[in-house]
Design a protein. Structure first.
Length: 283
């Protein structure tokens, strides 16, 4: 007989086994690989060293790449938040069938491969693309967009937008519109109503959406690789180069682990700050 207290563990066992096999074991092997010695003549050796971590943490080249990755991810998260929060609010106030239509438009980018979307943006932002042609028609002289940080941010915002809108919209589903109407009827300004009623309700959605967007943007490979070009490096493209071109797997694993640690540190700090504000807002 299975004890009642053991039933949840048995039900969660398949998911736990899958998580261990697909996430923890590869991560552990990657950590071990990052400490191995690499020789360009003989390859990976069965010796351990900290040289790869010292190289990455002391080289200004890698520091520039990590800084570019972090600030592009942060800018993408901020733009998605500024654009996605109003979209989510409008979506929560719409009625059928317009709500279903707008929701389909928001999640439409998820129905297309990220590589196809990257190629689409490369065509739009290219020297002979629609953006340049429209700017020439208006008499505006644009600097080159493709293979710059601007192109990467534009494409990332487009691709990551659903991951921001959906969590905020889900949080807004718990908010009764009559509460806002009651606040307005009691002479509260729209800004006060938003700050005291709407914002505390959508903070969990903003937090989860921001964490998802930042994490996916920092580890994105297809967009920086296709729209950033070979000169505009981000961490994911550097890891790809080390694994497939230089064949220096320990160095690639080191860069990947450092990115993971940096992401966790930033996301946990952001989570802590937002949770404090959420608790203060709720008193």
């Amino acid at each position: 007989m299975i004890k009642p207290r053991s039933v949840p563990w048995f039900l969660c066992a398949p998911a736990l086994v899958l998580f261990v096999v697909m996430v923890l074991v590869p991560l552990f092997l990657t950590v071990i690989l990052s400490f191995h010695v690499f020789d360009h003549n003989t390859g990976i050796k069965n010796e351990l060293t900290l040289a790869h971590y010292i190289e990455v943490l002391s080289d200004s080249y890698y520091f520039e790449i990590f800084w570019r990755t972090i600030w592009i991810s942060a800018l993408t998260t901020l733009l998605c938040l500024l654009i996605g929060a109003p979209q989510a609010y409008i979506l929560s106030r719409m009625r059928s069938p317009w709500k279903s239509i707008l929701l389909l438009i928001i999640i439409a980018p998820l129905l297309v491969s990220v590589v196809v979307r990257a190629f689409g943006w490369s065509i739009l932002l290219g020297p002979s693309g629609l953006v340049s042609l429209f700017a020439d028609f208006l008499g505006i002289k644009l600097s080159r967009i493709l293979y710059t940080e601007k192109a990467v941010v534009i494409a990332l915002v487009h691709i990551m937008m659903p991951f921001m809108v959906i969590p905020i919209w889900t949080s807004l589903q718990k908010l009764d519109p009559s509460v806002q109407d009651a606040a307005l009827s009691l002479s509260a300004t729209p800004f006060t109503t938003f700050r005291r009623i709407v914002l505390p309700q959508i903070l969990p959605g903003m937090l989860s959406g921001s964490l998802i967007v930042f994490g996916l943007s920092a580890s994105s490979f297809a967009i920086p690789g296709l729209l950033g070009g070979r000169k505009l490096k981000m961490v994911a493209t550097v890891v790809y180069d080390e694994y497939l071109y230089a064949l220096n797997w320990p160095l690639g694993a080191t860069i990947a682990i450092i990115l993971l640690i940096a992401n966790l540190a930033i996301m946990l700090s952001y989570n802590r700050v937002i949770e404090r504000k959420y608790r203060r807002a709720l008193g």
